[in-house]
Design a protein. Structure first.
Length: 503
């Protein structure tokens, strides 16, 4: 099915009701794997972070990672779930080359957390966004599989590859899979609901501190289930599952594409085939993967090598007390406190520096000044260096200290940028950098007056315009003075001197 044969989105909505289901896998940031002591870190030479347990060798016995259980409970509580008093692991049986045991240790009918919800706010340029409740069926613990690399060919997939390599470093990494109930009634907003849910869920996971939740590294992966049913029928159609969608934008695009693709098939009188699909970021389409199995096909049965998990109510309540402020409520509170517009706050969130700005303001900078430095100067430098802005090495306290120098008139914005050069070079505190580099604004009246006189003498035509009442021409003389004094003059005082001498 190509993009040329898709049904227009408006026509899909006129004839069908979409039903969404989202499965989000969260890779936990525990020190070790789910059932063994191997390091659970990203990267590493292939097949160096493995042991008999995560390789599934005969006789190797698993042991549950207690920190992973704690993280699972905290995620469940943050999603308003009930926490099981008693739950078990199960074996999910299926063959896949990068799964060494030929089964995945997971949970199915006895999850650690269940019956939850998340209230998702949809973006609305006109003001407050609409809130849509997404019900959570369960959040369960499981282990990740390894990683297959298909070598040769043009797509990076197994079809057309010359051969495949398997890296088991990721096998056994702790995962939490968060599964929604069917999301009904979203209509034309279904793609936006999917994007907002995954985005808000990521914010929550990051706030909990249980995962880096970086979609580019696979810490957080979304599977998009979609079906269409005749409008008003109240039934559920046959679903497809688009696997491992790795960006918020792609989640939204995948939902929209699948709605249009399903409608084209149904309009042609054909049946939807229940299958997994691959999302192609470059072309914005999905292609067929493998037939999608139902739960019975996986032959779930209780894992005989692991005892049940039975978290005490006292422990659960203790963990409830560790939950951070809800990210949506925190964002609204900070936006109101800082006086940011919706667009300004959206930029802050997109840049991932809300916490840094909060700390910078707490250190004494104004909200607008903090936003200016983090979203302009520091963001540019991070892009140039090819690193995350939070990895630059400049702290919120240092940013506040630089702004304090600006507020005191010690430096201006141009000189402050040179202070940041010194900070990145490790030259000391902002105050020490100003002194070492001689960056302080020149406030000596004699030096300023002499520089203004020189600028007037060298630019007689400009001076005559100012004498004739064209005050706007003073900018040229101010620029000349600033250049003469290497940007270290007080521009406001220079303007005053120019006007005093010529008007």
């Amino acid at each position: 099915m190509t993009s040329e044969t898709l049904v227009p989105f408006e026509d899909v909505l006129a004839a069908y009701d979409p039903a969404l289901g989202l499965e989000v896998h969260v890779e936990l940031n525990t020190a070790t794997k789910m059932f063994c002591g191997c390091p659970a870190v990203f990267g590493g030479e292939p097949n160096t972070q493995v042991c008999p347990t995560c390789l599934g060798l005969p006789g190797a016995m698993p042991v549950v990672n207690g920190k992973a259980v704690e993280s699972a409970i905290r995620i469940g509580l943050a999603l308003n779930c009930d926490i099981a008093e008693w739950c078990r692991f199960a074996r999910k049986n299926y063959f896949y080359p990068d799964m060494p045991k030929n089964f995945q240790t997971s949970q199915y009918d006895e999850p650690i957390a269940f019956n939850g919800y998340m209230d998702v706010t949809l973006p609305d340029e006109g003001g407050d966004g609409e809130t849509f409740r997404v019900e959570i069926e369960r959040a369960h613990m499981e282990e990740d599989t390894g990683k297959s690399t298909h070598v040769g060919g043009s797509t990076g997939r197994i079809h057309g590859a010359d051969y495949s390599l398997v890296d088991y470093n990721r096998a056994g990494i702790p995962l939490i899979e968060i599964v929604t109930r069917p999301i009904l009634g979203a209509g034309e907003k279904a793609p936006a609901v999917a994007r907002a849910y995954v985005s808000q869920l990521r914010d929550l996971i990051v706030a909990l501190g249980v995962s880096e939740a970086r979609m580019d590294q696979g810490n957080l992966r979304a599977d998009v289930n979609l079906s269409l049913s005749p409008k008003g029928s109240g039934t559920l159609g046959t679903r497809t599952e688009t696997k491992n969608v790795n960006s918020f934008r792609s989640v939204e695009r995948a939902v929209r594409f699948e709605m249009q693709r399903h409608a084209a098939i149904l309009d042609a009188g054909q049946a939807i085939f229940q299958e997994t699909r691959h999302w192609h970021e470059d072309t914005g389409i999905t292609t067929a993967g493998r037939p999608k199995s139902d739960a019975d096909d996986y032959r779930y049965f209780p894992e005989p090598d692991l005892v049940p998990v039975a978290p005490s109510r006292e422990w659960v309540e203790e963990l409830r007390g560790t939950l951070p402020e809800n990210p949506v409520l925190r964002r609204a509170r900070l936006q109101e406190s800082w006086g940011y517009t919706d667009l300004e706050m959206r930029d802050v969130v997109a840049a991932g520096v809300m916490g840094e700005i909060e700390q910078t303001v707490a250190a004494g900078a104004s909200p607008q000044a903090a936003r200016k430095w983090w979203l302009s100067e520091l963001s540019r430098r991070a892009n140039d260096a090819g690193v995350e802005i939070t990895d630059l090495g400049v702290t919120p306290a240092q940013v506040a200290a630089v702004q304090a120098l600006v507020d005191a008139g010690t430096v201006n914005d141009k000189l402050a940028r040179q202070v940041f050069d010194g900070l990145l070079a490790g030259e000391g505190t902002p105050e020490e950098i100003v002194e070492k580099r001689g960056l302080a604004v020149v406030s000596d009246e004699g030096a300023l007056s002499a520089a203004v006189d020189k600028a007037i003498a060298e630019n007689p035509d400009v001076a005559d315009k100012i004498r004739d009442g064209k005050v706007a021409a003073a900018g040229a003389l101010i620029g000349a003075v600033m250049k003469e004094m290497r940007g270290q003059a007080d521009a406001g005082r220079v303007r005053e001197l120019v006007l005093e001498k010529l008007t």
